[in-house]
Design a protein around this ligand. Sequence first.
Ligand code: ADP
Ligand code: MG
Length: 393
Amino acid sequence: MKRFLTLDDVELTGRTVLVRSDLNVPLDDGEVGDDFRIRMALGTIDRLRASGARVVVCSHLGRPTGVDPALSLAPVAERMSELAGYPVTHVAGTVGEAAIKAVNLASAGDVILLENTRFEQGETENDPTLADRFAGLCDLFVQDAFGSVHRAHASTVGVAERVKSVAGPLLVSEVESLSRFLGDTERPYVVILGGAKISDKLAVVKSLLPRTDTMLIGGGMCFTLMKADGLDVGSSLVEDDMLDEVGELLVGADGHKLRLPSDIIAADRFAEDARHRIVSAGDIPDGWMGLDIGPETVESFSRAITPAGSVFWNGPMGVFEWAAFRAGTEKVAQAVAGCAGFTAVGGGDSAAALRMLGLEDRVSHLSTGGGASLELLEGAELPGVEVLKRWVE
Ligand code: ADP
Ligand code: MG
């Protein structure tokens, strides 16, 4: 049975289509910092527009708990218009009077962008009244926000229970590509994890570990693991309340698959121009902190990556935003780019690092989703994808 309908299965001409995109982009001083997600979302929007639909786009941005003008989608609409070459009209409301009026006034081929879905009370609780209002805006819903389908919100699940819904092309390509990590994954299957916090990713590490052959861990999260392993990590990023749980991982049945750094770039403070040097893992001086993996670790991680049949990478190996702590991420990125197996990278910062290094075209799949891609890989059901099943006849 098909998992979901797609744009090929439905009539678009003359219809009012609500598209849930993932336009959750970083803002710099009120302007769009990195427009990767916008560019990825535009393919679907272009296609809907060309098919003669009235296109109503919605997305969340950041984590507001009510209306917060600093997280308005207005700058996103502006960047969308520039990139698309046609006007994308920002609406100063999500589902209220302003939105209804804008939708009613739109003609075939128009594209309007509603205000931040999280400005609405009830979005994250999947409130039925809010879901009704999203559904009331359209006669077809297109779920294209891969980065948000792991959350059961009003704009991801509630709306799709109420109005005919299909998967957008970007969502389809993400699910198809990443599904290659499920079932008969090409071996060896190597997962590389880094980034800031282990608490964000511990659940995923746990359930992903049995599926993989090797898990390479760097980034800020490796220090909680190293400390749990009895090593001295100085003032590195450590989440002390996670130590017990993390310790269990190390001694568990699959603990031998986890590979931690053997050397570290340690710095005397958290700053771009900090004094820094290479130290063995466990030899981080008092008051110093690990901000990147060391060259010996890069070597050994690369040796695991190069012959892999499939590689998934999420989370930078160090504070790659600063040149002094970029080498680990850069060299690992090069190893992934050079791997002949199926390679995918997911996560906002990981994708940004890859593009910064000019390697985005050298991986098999660059995912727009971080958390969602990890949940898909662990075999979890994605509620925003599951809900689409009900529309398959
Ligand atoms: P992604 O967005 O790809 O999922 P995360 O958001 O989890 O990645 O983590 C990215 C952040 O982690 C980056 O801003 C990076 O500077 C930070 N980071 C990486 N290594 C360290 C470290 N050793 N100490 C502190 N922060 C780190
Ligand atoms: Mg991030």
